[in-house]
Write a protein that binds this ligand. Structure first.
Ligand SMILES: [Zn+2]
Length: 291
């Protein structure tokens, strides 16, 4: 329980360095030095069992990660808590640090403090992440279907009281990580600022460059100044659609086919559709790309 998750999070704007890590890996047809994942944590992985199709069960994924020398996984599910699953994965695959969490989507009751409390109390204590609404965020929901119900978090430009209450609870529980889910870029800035003001210890902007949030570089910088870690995953910059401001400096889009990037996704071929964000305390390959 004394584990400090912050050690595993990508430091603000460190994703640029992680890009370099990925770019150091050659593309298809080139010689292929082994991708070094030793000590890495995937902070955002979708696996089975789920109520939508996924390509690999969580325990098998954990075995795969262990074989690769990875340290751990954060198991994400849009529709239910993964705290119990994290406990079972740790039991079945000793040596892998699995963490769970809960989203504030409709199937979990929307913004639901009671569900968060239960998630954090799950046996093992590995339920650590609270995501604001993801697929049921207004920002994502209306994109899918304008008439679909969603979970509001703001009214008249102000955060709703139940969101403030949730933030305050997380601020009182330092083991928890507060993630922004799929809310809009503007909402991200509002929420991150509030969470920072209310002394939340761990704040993560969920896949900031994913096309659903599509945060600009200045927006990400602003969130980082407010103490947030910026999650940087395969969806969006790597497997498309590209983010609005990826001009090649960040993600190598100057390469016609982004070879290193695609190779990296191929390495995780068991679920190329899932976001795969790697936060490594030892990005061993950065030196190669700097050469
Ligand atoms: Zn996800």
């Amino acid at each position: 329980m004394a584990l400090q998750l912050s050690r595993f999070l990508v430091k603000p704007l460190m994703w640029a360095g992680l890009c370099l890590l990925v770019l150091a890996v050659p593309g298809y047809g080139q010689s292929e030095p082994e991708l070094n994942l030793k000590g890495a944590i995937d902070f955002h992985v979708h696996s089975s069992p789920d109520s939508v199709p996924r390509s690999i069960d969580a325990d098998d994924l954990a075995r795969l990660a262990k074989e690769s020398g990875m340290r751990g996984l954060v198991l994400k599910n849009h529709f239910e808590s993964t705290a119990a699953l994290a406990y079972m994965v740790r039991k079945e695959v000793p040596g892998i640090e699995a963490f769970g969490g809960i989203t504030m989507d409709l199937s979990n009751g929307g913004i639901n403090l009671e569900a968060v409390k239960r998630m954090s109390m799950m046996k093992g204590g590995w339920g650590r992440i609270v995501w604001l609404p993801t697929q049921d965020a207004e920002n994502d929901s209306k994109r899918r279907d304008p008439n679909k119900p969603f979970v509001p978090i703001v009214k008249d430009g102000k955060l709703l009281p139940n969101v403030i209450e949730l933030i305050d609870f997380i601020a009182q529980h330092d083991q928890l990580v507060f993630e922004t889910g799929h809310i809009s870029a503007e909402e991200v800035l509002l929420v991150v600022h509030e969470a920072h003001e209310r002394k939340v210890k761990h704040i993560v902007v969920t896949h900031a460059m994913y096309y659903v949030e599509n945060m600009s570089i200045p927006q990400m910088q602003q969130a980082a100044r407010d103490g947030a870690y910026i999650e940087f995953d395969a969806d969006g910059p790597f497997v498309g659609p590209p983010p609005a401001e990826d001009d090649g400096r960040l993600c190598g889009s100057d390469s016609p086919d982004r070879p290193g990037v695609l190779h990296s996704c191929h390495e995780f071929r068991h679920d190329p559709q899932s976001a795969f964000s790697v936060a490594s305390p030892r990005p061993a390959r950065i030196h190669a790309s700097a050469a």
